[in-house]
Design a protein around this ligand. Structure first.
Ligand code: GAP
Length: 442
């Protein structure tokens, strides 16, 4: 049973070192989070699994790592300076700020909208608030030095389209993939790391001949849905939801979201958008550089259409935790177990000497040293073996390797499986092959 209680998820994340409140010793920095020793590992594994599927296993996608800071010209051309806004209303009485579309309907008693915080009706008119973070590049803070932190990784790929086709000899259909931080001055951040002001995205811009864009759109919707399922999210917790016309972003001619059943209801994990030639045409016009493609086979010149699967890394990491968090009974005792896909698990193995006695330590350290070049490992020699198993179950370690007194005689260790709790005896010499074989089976 996946987690249905957000408090349980937040508590596990904090207590086990997945996610901490940022600047906690200063009282916390609202809606900003730090990824702890296990969180950084899990997040990295989510991003690596995405990169493996989207870049490594394909010959029609190349990677990119573009700058986070960008000049206003990029964001003017992309439409973000003019349209990436939320309508905002201020309460003059308590000074709280609200998204206009999140305010309650007018109260039938006086036909007025009331501030949800203090009940006042003294509210300003709605005004557009741009979600981009603005800063200055260099020591002088004037209009000539204005720069923006990117609100999506996508634009870095559009403005490098020409560089990439010239340097890689790729031709449509092909894609550019990027993983990295994005920043949005969200008015209503919340639901833990679901909506934050600093987050990570995993985006693909797939450039196709315009007549083929519908077919590629359908292909990517199916591929991306299958990616989450392949990494252990039950199909029943996922759905595809096509956008209504009025919720489409300014660049999109059609979008479908992959949604996940969060404890509070369905929420977006990823949007797959038909961006048409909106971005390449806009940047070509604004920069004066031609961003089209000459197809030698047909003798045709055209601006490729773009199909964009855009996922959140931090948001999907939380979804993977929620889907994997489970409780069951082992030996008459309740246990919490994170049944996370082994490819995503922060540690693949934990080496546990049965006792802290000096006699076992050298062999346990030898076993750890054998595994470490291949997989991330934990090493734990404190407390009873039962408690150590529970701790590893809770953080999702798929295999516990126990070094006991027999090991000194037979040079074999016990490997315990997290989900089945079954144990097998494996010779130390074959341990790396055993763990790697287990991992490859997923
Ligand atoms: N380039 C298109 C684009 O950025 P988006 O739907 O705004 O599309 C893509 O963002 C994904 O990024 C979302 O599906 C979500 O997973 C993630 N995301 C967007 N805003 C976020 C936020 N404030 N906090 C965490 N993740 C966010």
């Amino acid at each position: 049973m996946p987690a249905t209680d957000m408090d349980q998820v937040v508590t596990l994340c904090k207590n086990r070192g997945f996610i901490y409140q940022s600047a906690e010793i200063y009282g916390g920095f609202r809606s900003t989070y730090d990824y702890g020793p296990l969180g950084v590992q899990l997040l990295r594994n989510v991003k690596d699994a995405w990169w493996r599927s989207m870049v490594q296993l394909r010959d029609d996608v190349v990677g990119l790592d573009a700058a986070i800071l960008g000049p206003p010209a990029v964001w003017k051309a992309s439409g973000h300076l003019d349209t990436f806004t939320d309508p905002l209303v201020d309460c003059r009485s308590c000074k709280e700020r609200w998204r206009a579309d999140h305010l309650p309907e007018p109260d039938p008693k006086d036909a007025k909208v009331h501030c949800p915080n203090c009940g006042s009706t003294d509210l300003t008119d709605a005004r557009a608030f741009n979600l981009m973070f603005k800063t200055h590049a260099g020591p002088v803070e004037d209009d000539s030095t204005v720069a923006y932190l990117r609100p999506e990784t996508a634009q870095g790929m559009f403005i490098n389209f020409k560089n990439v086709i010239q340097t890689t000899r790729k031709k449509p259909p092909f894609g550019i993939a990027q993983v990295g931080k994005s920043f949005r001055n969200e008015i209503t951040p919340g639901n833990f790391v679901f909506r934050t002001r600093e987050f990570e995205q995993m985006e693909l811009e797939f450039f196709v001949p315009p007549p083929d864009s519908k077919q590629w759109f359908e292909y990517w919707v199916a591929e991306r849905f299958a990616w989450y399922v392949g990494l252990g999210i039950p199909e029943a917790m996922l759905r595809i939801r096509p956008h209504e016309q009025e919720e489409l972003s300014h660049y999109s001619a059609g979008t479908s979201d992959v949604e996940f059943m969060f404890p509070w209801g369905w929420g977006e994990l990823e949007g797959i958008a038909q961006r048409t030639d909106f971005d390449l045409t806009a940047h070509a016009k604004a920069s004066g550089e031609s961003l089209d493609w000459f197809d030698q086979a047909s003798g045709e010149r055209y601006v490729p259409y773009v199909v964009e699967p855009a996922a959140g890394a931090t948001r999907s990491m939380m979804a993977f935790i929620i889907a994997a968090l489970d409780t069951d009974e082992v030996g008459g005792e309740q246990r919490t177990v994170l049944r996370i896909h082994p490819r995503l698990a922060p540690y693949k193995a934990a080496v546990l000497p049965l006792s802290k006695k000096d006699t076992l330590t050298p062999t346990a350290r030898e076993v750890l040293g054998l595994l470490q070049p291949h997989v991330m490992c934990d090493y734990d020699e404190t407390q009873s073996i039962g408690r150590r198993y529970r701790r590893q179950d809770e953080i999702g370690t798929p295999w516990c390797v126990t070094v006991d007194f027999e090991t000194l005689e037979d040079r074999a260790v016990t490997v315990r499986d997290r989900d089945a709790t079954t144990q097998v005896r494996v010779p130390i010499d074959g341990l790396v092959a055993h763990i790697m074989g287990n991992l490859a089976a997923y």
